[in-house]
Design a protein around this ligand. Structure first.
Ligand code: ATP
Length: 264
């Protein structure tokens, strides 16, 4: 079964073509890192996958079914979404916010079951945020809030999780904790992650630890390269996509990108 399949996708805002000819398929239990310069269309592609924006051409299937053929509750069991930032609404407690991730599994007017509560408590524990359980989520720092939102998206237990620059507000520790958490999810074979990121070193970090990871490089409205980080994140490709000079440092078991400067 295919978790996410995009075929010949094109999208335009009015007359402005954003991307075209996008074809890709994620493998179960992998992390797919979508990269490209600001404004190249990563978030727009995520919006199309979420069914928020309609494609101009092509098709997007989630678990072998067209994304627009799903009812919302059914789709929530197949796909979760972790945005870059979150608009606060009401000062719910953290525990309640994470329980909201279980909504698709509750009956229409139902309260969370004991099983929902156990799933949520285990997630808070796994992510190391149990101490925040009773705090109003409106009072959290940006980094704490993002870890709460990660827990909420995991509570959906969907086979596919979309993420849009999920570590943008995290400190070094939480960025690594975040990467370790998603690595353990895909290692268990439970989830596939499709994330837009600006950090090629995150892809290398995961690859260095033996996690199945692929990179898709977007440039000029197209997916110009797809493959493992070691093959895609080359100096030549980074030069073409980001207009930078970059060196790939290889210390045997660890690779990293070292940016040198912009290309004139
Ligand atoms: N609602 C909209 N209407 C018109 N144009 C839009 C709209 N949203 C985004 N765009 C434009 O579409 C292009 C792609 O934007 P998008 O947000 O998808 O890029 P991105 O790759 O996610 O960028 P970033 O890395 O900065 O987050 C940009 O030129 C942006 O200005």
């Amino acid at each position: 079964m295919s978790v996410l399949k995009i075929t010949d996708a094109a999208f335009a805002y009015g007359e402005q073509l954003i991307f075209q000819d996008i074809t890709l398929e994620t493998r179960p239990g992998e992390i797919f890192c979508l990269m490209g310069r600001n404004g190249c269309g990563k978030s727009t592609l995520l919006d199309c996958i979420l069914g928020i924006q309609p494609l101009k051409k092509g098709a997007i299937k989630i678990s072998d079914k067209s994304v627009d053929a799903y009812k919302p509750a059914e789709l929530a069991k197949k796909m979760a979404y972790l945005p870059q930032s979150h608009e606060h609404s009401f000062p719910y407690k953290v525990l309640q916010v994470v329980l909201m991730g279980r909504t698709a599994y509750m009956s229409r007017f139902g309260a969370p079951t004991q099983e929902d509560k156990v799933i949520v408590k285990n997630l808070l524990d796994k992510i190391g945020i149990t101490h925040l359980s009773d705090r109003p989520y409106t009072q959290l720092s940006g980094g704490e809030l993002q870890m709460v939102m990660l827990a909420r998206s995991l509570a959906q237990e969907a086979p596919l999780i979309l993420m849009d620059e999920p570590t943008a507000h995290l400190d070094y520790y939480n960025e690594l904790l975040f990467l370790e958490t998603i690595a353990s999810l895909v290692k268990d074979g439970r989830q596939t992650i499709f994330m837009a990121t600006h950090s090629p070193n995150q892809a290398f970090y995961l690859e260095n630890r033996g996690i199945p990871v692929r990179v898709g490089l977007m440039c000029d409205g197209k997916l110009v390269e797809t493959g493992p980080p070691a093959k895609t994140l080359t100096s030549a490709n980074l030069g073409q996509v980001y207009h930078i000079e970059a060196r790939i440092l290889d210390s045997g078991d660890t690779k990293q990108v070292m940016p040198v400067g912009t290309l004139k």
